[in-house]
Design a protein around this ligand. Sequence first.
Ligand code: SAH
Length: 352
Amino acid sequence: MKDRVKDLIDKLNREHSLAREEFVYLIENQSEEAQTYAADLAAKTTLEIYGDKVYVRGLIEFTNYCKNNCFYCGIRAGNTGVSRYRLTADEICECADEGYELGFRTFVLQGGEDPYYTDDIICHIISEIKRRHQDCAITLSIGEKSKDSYKAYRDAGADRYLLRHETATVEHYNRLHPDNISAEHRYQCLRDLKELGYQTGAGFMVGSPFQTSENLADDLLFIKDLEPAMVGIGPFIPAAGTPFANEKPGTLEQTLYLLSLIRLLLPEVLLPATTALGTIHPLGRELGLEAGANVLMPNLSPKAVRDKYKLYDNKICTGEEAAECVNCLENRVKSVGRRIVVDRGDNIAFCD
Ligand code: SAH
């Protein structure tokens, strides 16, 4: 490892920030040693703040209808190869009931941007899950909405919101999305969500088409500036039926390195080892936990619809029952000396 790389990782560990050109240097000079060095410091930071605990979120993918046409996404409106489904409010609540029995205390409602689910329906689902399980947190991941809608969901009981910024560079954003959606609007949504008191999650794909080291450095600076409670990153993986079907996927190594840099940048952040990371490598999620991640998001969607929510190809865990996923994950987490806890798993800045 180059001296300057080690110095910069040490500086990031001490000061929790770096200049743009320093991030660019770190990203361009990644090596196996640099990755291990950053991962060790990140793991130490995670241990100091969250101990050996790993928080789990029950992911309920309730609709794969989407009005948008993001070039990378497998459930984009224009992908005619997708068999579309919607879960009813009752089905969604049943997933949460089953998840509660399995020890989940956070439910993530994720979907395409599907106008079928009006604000009233979303609010009804939130308040019904909250009524049944008062000790649980609800996270929404349903894309860009008006501030009024975000407020209505918050008033109904939603605690958190995941909205990856995807890339902090407007020109890069425009190469990943059609003209009718804008980077500025997405960034504004993130600021609105924070203002409304949500534990907010930003994030990006690693290795998305056209991405440069400068883009990634700007993603890190964006995250530092926004200070989200959660950051979701995972490798880009090509999806059949999309304009990016034949592009190269992001790598395990770069994703792990960025997870570690993010942990050092925002020590208290909640950082998932994502399903996409587990998809590009059989031990991706375990390695993610060892590189600074402290959250896992297994699937609670009914088995019958699992394989239809394909943001990308070869997605793992589409054939298992939720209970099987939990057992499998428990073993995986144990194998890296950590433990899954039955807990809402709030960001410590939001704990009373
Ligand atoms: N419609 C919601 C949820 C999007 S799906 C929203 O707009 O936020 C959640 C995330 O999956 C996206 O934010 C994106 O970063 C990621 N994703 C989509 N397609 C992907 C692909 N092909 N490879 C890897 N990640 C992908």
